[in-house]
Design a protein around this ligand. Structure first.
Ligand code: C6P
Length: 410
């Protein structure tokens, strides 16, 4: 059956917007995705019908909101195929999830001289928390290099993961290059050497089927807003045996069992790691987003994005002034395409694409400055595809690039 992206687009109210009479072409999906009516309605319905603080009230409305919140946790568990809901912690997003691990796990398990292995393609969210930890503990950061084709070489990664390595932390899909990293193989290597693996799934789980047990990772992080859900809600998966060794992250209400003036004891998992009133309304939105994605089908979605990526690489690759980054083989990448246009700064390109063609892309360093250095550029333009994008969107992008080239020639 053909993937009905045009039909799906009708479910997204914002995508009917026009600028200067032109239909909005939204290609900034790696930054955040648009929201279907089903998600918007689920959050509105929750506020209109079921809103009450969770885990506290003895009344029926609070029981209902608690059931909705814990139901959302079960949805996330099922989506990632985690073994238990105890392993799913709600956070504000991928950034907070990684900081939680760096703080609660890292400060307990990383000591002077220990090593943490990252890659050169990490988002700042999966780099700066480890720099902070390494500075505090006098630990050492090591980096798997990015090869010229935008991939990482497993042999080179294997050489960097040693008995001194406490943690390997890497993105499953690069937000710049689109590269899909071989996280399953890396998990095996880490395990053999007694290290743990954190997988940054911010750019993978919205676009492809993910199974944390099949990957064999110890930590997995995601951001709801990159997968059709509201902003401010995300999740952290931690394998239970690891989670049981971790002290709390934040202190406050809900994460405690008993509190005395001079000390406290902790709530059961996963609530020990969710201090304060959680973002339960947006967790309900995340559950609706998971239902939407599951109905679309992750394999079909990945196939659709792969076809769009192949088409985009083909069309952009024909343009004399365009440099493309990342693997040329679409089987090795997700639906993110970064590029530069000779003689046009990416920021100017993004502005012209918007003003002339109503095409929204991101330009800049994409929160991956070390990767920009590796690519020897200050910035790139980036288009990222999702379930509502069609080939015509890429045609509009290409036309817009031609216009920008003309403007800069004169
Ligand atoms: N990348 C982009 O335009 P937050 O901001 O916490 O939801 O996600 C952080 C994050 C972590 N890892 C990867 C691989 C990411 O791509 C991102 C967010 C966006 O590329 C915003 S900078």
């Amino acid at each position: 059956m053909r993937f009905d992206a045009a039909g799906l687009r009708k479910e997204f109210p914002i995508l009917s917007r026009e600028f200067d009479g032109k239909r909005l072409v939204y290609l900034d999906n790696p930054a955040t995705t648009q929201k279907p009516r089903a998600v918007i309605d689920a959050v509105s319905r929750f506020y209109e019908h079921s809103n009450a603080n969770v885990h506290r009230g003895a009344y029926r409305l609070a029981e209902e909101s608690t059931a909705a919140y814990e139901g959302a946790r079960e949805k996330v568990r099922g989506f990632l195929n985690a073994a238990s809901v105890e392993e799913i912690i709600f956070t504000r997003g991928a950034t907070e999830s990684i900081n939680l691990v760096a703080y609660a796990w890292g400060r307990k398990h990383v000591a002077e001289g220990d090593e943490i292995v990252l890659t050169e393609m990490e988002h700042h969210s999966n780099l700066v928390p480890w720099q902070l930890l390494a500075q505090e503990k006098k630990a050492v950061l090591r980096f798997v290099p990015v090869e010229n084709d935008g991939t990482i070489d497993v042999t080179r990664a294997a050489a960097l993961i040693t008995p001194r390595t406490r943690l390997v932390s890497m993105t499953q899909v690069s937000n710049v290059l689109g590269t899909i990293n071989p996280v399953r193989r890396i998990a095996e290597l880490a395990r053999e050497r007694g290290a743990l693996l954190l997988v940054d799934g911010a750019q993978s789980v919205p676009h492809m089927a993910v199974d944390v047990r099949d990957i064999g990772c110890d930590f997995f992080v995601l951001s709801g807003h990159k997968m059709l859900a509201p902003t401010g809600i995300g999740a952290l998966y931690v394998r239970k045996a690891v989670l049981e060794t971790m002290p709390p992250f934040h202190g406050g209400g809900d994460m405690i069992r008993q509190v005395f003036l001079d000390h406290a004891t902790w709530n059961d998992l996963p609530w020990k790691f969710e201090a304060g009133t959680p973002n339960f309304a947006d967790a309900v939105g995340l559950a609706a987003a998971i239902d939407f994605l599951s109905a679309v089908g992750l394999d079909a979605l990945q196939e659709h994005e792969r076809a769009l990526t192949g088409y985009a690489i083909g069309r952009l690759g024909e343009m004399a002034g365009v440099t493309l980054y990342g693997p040329r083989d679409v089987a090795l990448r997700g639906g993110v395409v970064s590029f530069n246009v000779e003689g046009v700064h990416p920021h100017d390109l993004a502005t012209i694409l918007d003003r002339e063609s109503a095409v929204a892309i991101r330009a800049g360093h994409h929160c991956a400055q070390p990767l920009m250095k590796r690519l020897n550029v200050a910035a790139t333009a980036r288009a990222g595809f999702y379930l509502y994008n069609v080939e015509e969107d890429i045609d509009r992008l290409v036309e817009g690039i031609h216009k920008a080239e003309e403007i800069f020639k004169t």
